[in-house]
Write a protein that binds this ligand. Structure first.
Ligand code: ATP
Ligand code: ATP
Ligand code: MG
Ligand code: MG
Ligand code: MG
Ligand code: MG
Length: 258
């Protein structure tokens, strides 16, 4: 009958839209917390930067790299994280919706699981969610431009937020702080911090100024085998707060984008 025809799996599947990402180029999955302005308010994050909340994001990123071997590098700031998959990754046959959804859901579950580790005295009041997207970058140069863009964003936001919250904590209203900072240049903001609040911007923690990079490094350890010392290659996942715009970072870690 006609109903039997309609239940044919090929017919049902023909409606599926699959978007596969181009082969042999880097895939970046960027996730971002949904309404974390509110989430950070309700959970009383320190402003402008709650170190523990950033530690939690970084722990989740490490767990993501442990779970997904194809991720070679990741960069996080505030409520966002970018995960870079190696060029020739075949994860989910490069289908965007599967890759995004599995990384997103894994990250979100981790965030909830590890909450108590970083906030032992703070109750998680409601389940956080993250949105995510996939973008392909066809050359190492463009991929580095993408990462530089995120790190510049981190710097600009952190400089603004550091000024904003210094003004607010000195007793001014949020709208006063906002209008005071409107149109100010980077140098003026640094001067304001130094003159008004005695803060030397460049001495603030690198984690706040530069964001966090979680990536794999190859290490060699000596192990004893049958009484002899043998060198063994291993990979380790590390977290650093470094400048990833400069050439020197990529030169000292050539295996990441080879
Ligand atoms: P959207 O759902 O559109 O992403 P959002 O409220 O999450 O909205 P974002 O632009 O992503 O907006 O900004 C995240 C906000 O979360 C920051 O502005 C900041 O207020 C807060 N936030 C995130 N992480 C921290 C942290 N570690 N310390 C303090 N505040 C944080
Ligand atoms: P994949 O990652 O490819 O989805 P999978 O192991 O999740 O692999 P599925 O085809 O999605 O495979 O099947 C889910 C499996 O989970 C089922 O085969 C069953 O073994 C198990 N499962 C899920 N829900 C239940 C349940 N309520 N009771 C018992 N087993 C369950
Ligand atoms: Mg968003
Ligand atoms: Mg957000
Ligand atoms: Mg954000
Ligand atoms: Mg399944």
């Amino acid at each position: 009958s006609e109903d039997c025809f309609k239940l044919n799996p090929d017919y049902i599947r023909s409606f599926l839209f699959e978007s596969k990402m181009m082969p042999s180029i880097w895939i970046v999955i960027r996730i971002d917390g949904c309404h974390f302005h509110r989430f950070s308010d309700i959970h009383e994050f320190n402003k402008p930067n709650d170190k523990q909340a950033l530690d939690l994001m970084n722990l989740c990123a490490v767990a993501v790299l442990e779970e997904f071997q194809d991720i070679i590098f990741s960069y996080g700031v505030s409520d966002e994280y970018s995960f870079v998959l190696k060029k020739d990754s075949q994860l989910y046959q490069r289908r965007a919706s599967e890759i995004v959804s599995v990384i997103l859901s894994f990250f979100s579950s981790m965030y909830v699981m590890k909450w108590k580790d970083v906030f032992p005295k703070k109750e998680l009041k409601y389940p956080p969610s993250f949105d995510g997207r996939a973008v392909c970058y066809p050359s190492a140069e463009i991929l580095r431009d993408y990462l530089a863009w995120r790190q510049v964003d981190c710097h600009i936001n952190n400089q603004y937020n550091t000024c904003f919250w210094s003004i607010v904590k000195s007793g001014k209203s949020k709208s006063e702080a906002q209008s005071y900072l409107k149109g100010t240049q980077a140098r003026e903001k640094n001067e304001l911090l130094l003159k008004e609040f005695g803060i030397d911007y460049n001495t603030l923690p690198p984690m706040f100024r530069q964001g966090s990079s979680v990536f794999r490094v190859k290490t060699e350890t000596s192990i004893r085998e049958n009484g002899a010392s043998v060198r063994k290659a291993q990979t380790e996942i590390i977290t650093e707060y470094c400048n990833i715009i400069e050439q020197s970072f990529w030169e000292s870690h050539p295996s990441i984008l080879d």
